[in-house]
Design a protein around this ligand. Sequence first.
Ligand code: DLL
Length: 433
Amino acid sequence: MKYWQPEYETMQKDEMRQLQLKRLKKTAANVYENVPFYNEKFKSLGISPEDINSIDDISHLPLTRKPDLRANYPFGLFATSKKDIVRIHASSGTSGKPTVVGYTENDIRTWADMMARDLKMAGVGSDDIFQNSLNYGLFTGGLGFHNGAERLGAMTVPAGTGNTARQLEMMQDFGVTVINCTPSYALYLAETAEEMDILDKLSLRIGTFGGEPWSSNTRKDIENVFGMKAYDSYGLSELIGPGVAFECEEQDGLHIWDDHFLVEVLDSNGEQVAEGEKGELVLTSLTKEAFPVIRYHTGDITRLLESECACGRTSTRISRIMGRADDMLIVRGINVFPSQIEDVLVGINEITDQFQILLKRNEHKMDEITVRVELSDNAFTGELKDLAAVKKHVENELKSVLNIRTNVDLVEKGTIPRTTGKAKRVIDHREAL
Ligand code: DLL
């Protein structure tokens, strides 16, 4: 069987909309009754859950944003009593208090099934040995995938993060067939495996990578090094954790599950975009009990794709995440996404896939952008003129995509810190000046 829950994965649109309406009404009633924050918001908009008569009424419902979670720290948005909560997770973010999310026993089951559905969609099965190299702890990544892989029946290796040589040794000794981690850690694993000269001793056939943005060129690099297929996996704590959207074997956009989430992709005026257009992903949970969210603004930029997919699933589909609304750098008035820079860099052979973007303001109060890249071993000739040529080449390639001039700082391989989790690519010194 190709699907995990075929009745939902291939449900016809009309039937799905009816199911969504039923679940939306139930979710709205739950938050209205049990979460003071939503009760007040509904009332201030002059609406009640009974006013929801069609899915399109979603546009009348209140919005939720990250600061609302912080303002209700830690448990203010929980819709069930504490005795029904069996687990919490938290995400740290860059400023202030972390945001805390909760799960009932049912939520944990729903999540495991969603993850099993995702993994199966990417071709993982009960014969696989699944190494889960995401952090186990308050981060949703580790335990989220762990429960899903077990639910699917795969032999699950709870490797967690750290000790990269040991991780590779386990892959070799256990005959691991599927690796799951962040894309930046996958690059680090690839580099270490090359150094240890053990690539031909690994049995990987599938990698599932997410938790941070990565480009299609990075995908090609990871696939080539390990000789496997690499799939994009998307999720966020506020909506449940990993598993919210995932690629199928077609590797052409991510399926996002309409039976669990009501998907909107909104332009800057808050209007739903047309197919093919770019906007912010806004999600409403339809099945969560402990921590339901209404119209959560993810801050993630994506494109809405045509829902038909060759795999036969009928769900909504989105493109890979193109960046975060708040990740966008404005340099001398020009919008720059770190993902654009990554895309250029990973296509250049003379440098590694590691990079950092440094921003500062010069003495004329002008923004300066420096992209720090590492020279790869094979490009090192010892000749200064060759180094200058690589630098120039990278600068020209960046200029042609970004439309602004960047300084390229060429450093020795290994200089840029490797990470076992999410990478920190941007260092912005501009505020400090
Ligand atoms: O990162 C959940 C997760 C773990 C997903 C492991 C996939 C794999 P948070 O820590 O709450 O949850 O961070 C969520 O990470 O809003 C995106 O900005 C970013 N993100 C997650 N997956 C992707 C992806 C987990 N595949 C935030 N591509 C989200 C781009 C991603 N960005």
